[in-house]
Ligand binder design. Sequence first.
Ligand code: TRP
Length: 333
Amino acid sequence: MTKPIILTGDRTTGPLHIGHYAGSLRNRLEFQDTHEQYLLLADTQALTDNAHNPDKVRRNVIEVALDYLAVGIDPAKTSICLQSHLPALAELSMLYLNFVTVARLERNPTIKDEIRARGFGRDIPAGFLCYPAAQAADITAFKATVVPVGEDQAPLIEQTNEIVRRINSTAGKHILPEARAVIPQTGRLMGIDGKAKMSKSGGNAISLSAFPDDISTAVKQMFTDPNHLRIEDPGQVEGNVVFAYLDAFDEDYAEVEHLKEHYRQGGLGDGKIKKRLEDILQALIEPIRRRRAQMSQDQSYVFDVIRKGTERAKERTEATKQEVVSGLGLFQL
Ligand code: TRP
């Protein structure tokens, strides 16, 4: 039986953090047994808003790959591949750009939000505006039917499927499959300051290679309920970072519910719940940090993993590109 094909990836702009772990990495550990999984080190997509900083994009290829391996991605099951080394992705992107309008790209809610967040104003890099077509190329080149992405990226999958339908209808045959977005149950984890999104640049993240002291400090700094001044006071669970993280990482759901109840009523101090969370995070991160440190001593192994994964991905993506080119009836020598 052939397994369904799944593609996800990360822009190589920085090492990953526990928000990535909760939202995507741990799901990928399961997918690698049930699906044919490709993980894309999206360095060319990273350039769409980091053209001024190619150094950062290059350096983080290895960092993200190390994160994958350290959390337990098995290169024998999952192909870790490098976007810039898969020419078919760039070629399909160029073809697909003829099947989308600028107006449609500008209307894509993901792009709209990201343009606002980045403060591009009128100076939007063309590559950035067009990255939905490039992401459609990524997804279709692998013929992925399952694409796990954060909720904020769901419109990219919609736009991918529009392109798929246009290509298939122009070719007059079913070349490309449509893809389905899979939104993880744990939505985006908030930062330790309680702000919407955890990010390294926002300085509110806990990295997957954090040292015990960093973890300890981060938990101490976590935003809880500013009105919960004395232990006896009733406390608020919503928007409370400690409870958000217990929801994400504590496997004893019943106990977490019990603690929430107690906290709401009053009589449960921040120190107690923080201690519980810290123990959980220390236990989660310790083996990841150890494996990561070990593997970062052996860069040739990591290079090898990426090279092999990219080779496998090349076969697949070249074959699809050929099908699209001949399906569209373009001239061939
Ligand atoms: N857009 C994704 C991110 O920001 C990275 C990515 C690139 C991706 N190509 C993809 C994800 C294809 C899923 C499928 O992290």
